[in-house]
Write a protein that binds this ligand. Structure first.
Ligand code: CA2
Length: 144
């Protein structure tokens, strides 16, 4: 099973600022945690991060025929991007949206998600574990 993990803008700043919201661990720590869990569940995972909406759209498009599923934290683009929603709809791969923080208990604008309309599930507020849970959920969806 091949999974593409896509992280959006500013996720590369993890551990640098706002530790009260996003924790003290860095983006490199996140990738290490994802890869460790991928090994445990027998999945092949590629992690990418971009601060550019078009690049995220391109990665989703290129996932077709290469990956079995997508785990995506679109970060701030969650709340604005019809382009990412349309790309997920276009490839029609099973996708799960993840947020490190609990977007439902923060500002009202964070409760809106466009990409979620093309995702099987949204996992929020579970920190890095959310990505691991999403990989396990994808495995169940793909295997059945
Ligand atoms: O909780 C999440 O994972 C978010 O997707 C993170 C986004 C935010 O816009 C979403 O509403 C929820 C922001 C990522 C920025 O991460 C930073 C990390 C450290 C310092 C500054 C920003």
């Amino acid at each position: 099973m091949k999974i593409l993990v896509v992280n959006g803008p500013n996720i590369n700043m993890l551990g640098v600022r706002e530790p009260e919201i996003y924790g003290r661990e860095t983006y490199a720590d996140l990738v290490a945690a994802i890869q460790q869990h991928a090994q445990k569940i027998g999945a092949e995972v590629v992690c990418v991060q971009s601060n550019h909406e078009g690049e995220i759209v391109a990665w989703i498009q290129q996932a077709l025929g290469v990956y079995d599923g997508i785990v995506i934290n679109p970060a701030a683009y969650t709340h604005t991007s019809v382009a990412i929603l349309d790309a997920l709809k276009a490839v029609n791969l099973p996708a799960i949206e993840v947020h490190i923080s609990d977007v439902n208990t923060r500002e009202a604008f964070r409760r809106i998600s466009y990409p979620a309309m093309a995702c099987r599930k949204v996992i929020a507020g579970k920190g890095f574990w959310g990505y691991c849970e999403a990989m396990e959920d994808l495995q169940l969806i793909i295997d059945h």
